[in-house]
Ligand binder design. Structure first.
Ligand code: ACO
Length: 433
């Protein structure tokens, strides 16, 4: 067994190196504290493997992404979102019979409890859809408490189908509510993605029939967002799940983590950035200069793991061009995006820091072509990421589960003398005002 030797305070410890099946290997520090009294310091966890996983492999230097060993390019070309969800959650490609059974479960779970519909009335018309999504996902268990119990495999299969299916219905209903439109109930005869577009855009007595290209593009969008190993929201779901919190509340916490603009919220920030530049108040060159001077951030660029092109960005860029041919041939934002990408990729600031387009750079243009409104962009990401969250929640709860509870490097006061309230002078507390 390979190990790493550490010498500290007159002690020598050999720390084993854990083997991966492919990619980076890890120093096992589980006994470090007991043997040396030391802990490790790694803000942002840039050097820390928080768990062992068999779900998704990312190689950030080579731009490789695989779901359960299957390259993302193959997933994108040959699979559907529902099939991808099954692959991620159950660990292998489903058979035809398994796919049919899964689809039936999704259909059986597509409706929301009628009582839950009143929750939508309580939100203001311009309520944030991500806030509505997390609140309603968390509320599902109040109406169907039985889905909280996932201790046996049959119950787990139902909970998996319930969350994947209902998240789509919740997302569409939150949009309809915001638009002042009546809810359109899911149509069991339609596929997962077609059904979502139907719930979004049909109106009573005028069913919306999305084009096959639109359905294909939505499948692609969701598949490319389905998992990305230990990202911020997935780590959140794993941490919350480690406290034995139920699947639904753990997923609701993932929705909240995804909302941030350095994570899933970046797809909204990219769109806002491109729209501002399209207005012409500032040139692409001057914006890039501001980015280099740290007065702005080029949204949709850079990634903690990828130091080359994000493979998902490549696939999405091509898909945008394919889709624009059929859905919206005249999007001015595409030209701004292309110019911005070219300017950045040829600039030393971005080259030296290995900053390339990430999944969010082109994803908004797919959504725009599908006529998904801006405030739903991160919700769309969430629908796609649900299978990944479920897969990680399950994996984190298999075998020897351990509550996630990091340590810290404490740098605060050692021991502060207590002063009674009536003796404290105002000037001593200036910093707190
Ligand atoms: N624009 C300009 N400069 C950037 C950018 C960017 N988008 N991203 C990183 N940098 C710079 C940093 O300022 C830093 O420069 P310095 O060395 O001069 O200080 C250097 O590159 C390293 O950046 P870090 O912030 O250390 O990289 P980190 O791994 O922490 O951040 C992140 C990754 C948050 C994604 C960052 O690249 C970013 O903010 N990108 C824009 C937001 C975005 O697109 N997020 C979506 C990510 S994909 C996803 O979550 C689905």
């Amino acid at each position: 067994m390979t190990s790493v030797r550490l010498e500290y305070g007159g002690k020598t410890v050999d720390l084993p190196v854990l083997r991966s099946t492919t990619g980076e290997e890890c120093i096992d520090i589980t006994e470090l504290r007991a043997k040396t009294g030391l802990t490790t310091f790694d803000p942002g966890f840039g050097n820390t493997a928080a768990c062992a996983s068999k779900i998704t492999y990312v190689n950030g230097e080579k731009g490789i992404l695989r779901y359960r060993g299957i390259p993302i390019e193959t997933v994108a070309e040959k699979m559907t979102f529902v099939e991808t969800a099954w692959l991620l959650i159950y660990g292998r490609l489903p058979t035809m019979a398994e796919m049919k059974a899964f689809s039936t479960r999704l259909t059986n779970n597509e409706l929301l409890h009628e009582g839950l519909l009143h929750h939508f009335d309580a939100f203001p018309p311009n309520g944030q859809p991500m806030s509505i999504l997390s609140a309603v996902v968390n509320s599902l268990i109040c109406y169907s408490p039985e889905i909280m119990d996932t201790t046996d495999e049959e119950a787990m299969r139902n909970a998996v189908a319930a969350i994947i299916s209902k998240v789509r219905t919740i997302a569409a209903f939150s949009y309809r509510k915001a638009m002042g439109l009546p809810f359109v109930y899911p149509d069991p005869a339609r596929s997962y993605c077609e059904n979502f577009l139907h719930m979004m855009f049909s109106i009573p007595h005028r069913p919306h029939q999305p084009t096959p290209e639109a359905v294909k593009a939505l499948n692609l969008f969701l598949m490319l967002h389905a998992d990305h190993e230990q990202n911020c929201s997935t780590s959140t779901v794993r941490i919350v799940g480690s406290a034995e919190t139920n699947l639904f509340s753990s997923v609701a916490s993932g929705v909240c983590a995804l909302w941030g603009k350095l994570h899933g919220g970046a797809n909204v920030a990219v769109f806002e950035m491109l729209s501002r530049l399209a207005k012409g108040d500032e040139s692409v060159e001057s914006f890039v200069e501001r980015v280099k001077n740290k007065q702005a951030r080029l949204m949709g660029f850079g990634h903690r793991v990828y130091k080359t092109f994000d493979p998902r960005a490549r696939i999405l860029k091509k898909a945008v061009f394919d889709l624009l041919e059929t859905e919206r041939a005249d999007d001015p934002l595409i030209n701004i995006a292309l110019k911005l990408e070219e300017t950045a990729l040829n600039d030393d600031y971005f080259k030296e820091r290995h900053l390339y387009p990430n999944v969010d750079f082109y994803s908004g243009m797919i959504l725009r072509a599908l006529r998904i409104p801006l405030n739903m962009y991160t919700v769309m990401f969430a629908i796609g990421r649900v299978p990944g969250w479920i897969a990680h929640w399950r994996e984190g709860n298999e075998g020897a589960r351990r509550l996630v509870r990091p340590r810290q490097l404490y740098q605060g006061a050692v021991e502060t003398p207590f002063l009674p309230l009536d003796l404290r002078q105002d000037e001593e507390w200036d910093n707190e005002k």
